[in-house]
Design a protein around this ligand. Structure first.
Ligand SMILES: [Zn+2]
Length: 427
């Protein structure tokens, strides 16, 4: 869970915009667009959307819509894994094996670490399909199986290491705080999130990619000039070798406090025009300047708190009914960890539209900031089309609200053309 939150917090170039705010931002009558009926925002947007062939659209729709179903299968699979631990007795067995350790914290820690390892093992077929097979089917991955596996195992070691410590701390809170454990649990998750986000760029990201200063040249000069103009130190702009993993164009803002930084990937610099790179960079500077990472932490922690509260309620009811059959004595019994994990998976699934909307709203803000900072509406529109490689270009409004953690290509091209219409007189 922690690792997923961490990934979520590395705000990427994808942005979010719901139909509501977009409609609210429609220009009033006395605007450049109104004075200049010659520039039709809708037609200009359509022009960009039509640069994609029907085959390209069909492929990215299939990839992205497949992702909707994967979220459901992930949940079903997670419930199946919990069933193996609780229904088939793996949890009882694991608790019996770790019972010989002298101290309670040692027993809890050992159970948690082994549970996380075994659960990852059970989920491995699905992980291979989602992370390797499917990415190759859609031509998005550059990795051999060996290279992919190496990274997957690194990520697993991180999540077992951090995850088992988090579980240990949570069981400490359950033991000491009783019924109010979920309040303390939320605070503990908050501390883990802040530390992980702060140290992520320094200790975690370099395990997967090589980060260097931007390569010299006119593109670098333009990017650093825009960064300085927006109060972002040039030292905080990095370049990384994402092409060793995939063909995806991307950039992100990560870190907290002294470690905050903007990172652009090599696919972006290689596959895009200077105007497009400038447009993406304007977006990333938006995340940085608008303090999106600390704001996201607050929102996500609120969701974690609500989830804990709901999980506490559901856990009590289920254990009263099935506890004897599953061998779970109560909340303080680490043997109930698979049930807690399953309930969190359900909470995470139910919260998906909310999390997506929180992230997407930040992304839309960064889009607006980027248009104003980079002043490259056409570059932004073409990059939005290029991102359709892995994001459906033209969803329905409801689909965008529920499933999109970034604005769709259509929303982005429309935002860019609306901006352009209002700036045709060169202001
Ligand atoms: Zn973004």
């Amino acid at each position: 869970m922690l690792y997923k939150l961490l990934l979520l917090l590395a705000l990427t170039v994808g942005t979010a915009a719901s139909a509501g705010p977009a409609a609210a931002q429609t220009a009033p009558a006395d605007t450049a667009a109104a004075r200049r009926p010659a520039f039709d925002v809708e037609a200009a947007t359509r022009h960009y959307l039509d640069t994609l062939t029907p085959a390209q659209k069909a492929k990215s729709d299939a990839y992205f819509e497949g992702g909707y179903w994967l979220q459901l299968w992930d949940l079903v699979y997670a419930l199946g894994v919990a069933g193996v631990f609780l229904g088939l007795g793996w949890s009882r067995w694991l608790r019996a094996r770790t019972a010989r350790l002298p101290r309670l914290w040692q027993r809890n820690w050992a159970y948690a670490a082994l549970y996380l390892l075994l659960a990852a093992g059970l989920s491995f077929p699905l992980t291979v399909y989602e992370g390797f097979v499917r990415e190759h089917q859609y031509g998005l991955s550059n990795q051999t199986f060996g290279a992919w596996l190496g990274e997957d195992l690194t990520a697993l070691a991180l999540s077992v290491g951090l995850g088992s410590l988090l579980v240990l701390a949570l069981y400490g809170a359950i033991r000491r705080a009783g019924a109010r454990w979920w309040v303390w649990g939320t605070a503990i998750v908050g501390v883990f999130m802040v530390v992980a986000v702060a140290v992520g760029p320094v200790f975690i990201s370099p395990l997967f990619n090589h980060y260097t200063p931007l390569p010299a040249g006119p593109v670098r000069a333009g990017i650093l000039s825009m960064a300085r103009a927006n109060g972002v130190p040039a030292d905080n702009v990095y370049y990384f070798d994402a092409s060793k993993q995939s063909k995806r164009i991307s950039a992100n803002v990560s870190g907290l406090g002294r470690t905050i930084r903007v990172s652009l990937n090599d696919n972006l610099l290689r596959r895009c025009t200077p105007a497009e790179v400038q447009a993406v960079m304007g977006h990333e500077l938006g995340h940085y300047v608008l303090n999106h990472i600390p704001k996201m932490l607050v929102f996500l922690l609120l969701l974690v708190g609500i989830s804990f509260w709901g999980v506490d309620w559901a856990f009590g009811r289920l254990v009263r009914r099935y506890g004897a059959r599953w061998g779970v004595a109560g909340l303080a019994d680490v043997g109930g960890l698979p049930l807690l994990a399953a309930l969190f998976a359900v909470a995470g699934f139910l919260a998906t539209p909310v999390t997506n909307t929180i992230v997407r709203t930040n992304e839309q803000e960064a889009d607006m900031f980027g248009l104003n900072a980079a002043r490259q509406p056409d570059g932004f529109a073409t990059i939005a089309m290029k991102l359709s490689e892995y994001r459906k270009i033209e969803p329905t409004p409801l689909e965008e609200i529920i499933f999109f953690d970034h604005p769709s290509g259509r929303t982005r091209a429309q935002s860019a053309m609306r901006w352009k219409a209002e700036h045709l007189d060169g202001r």
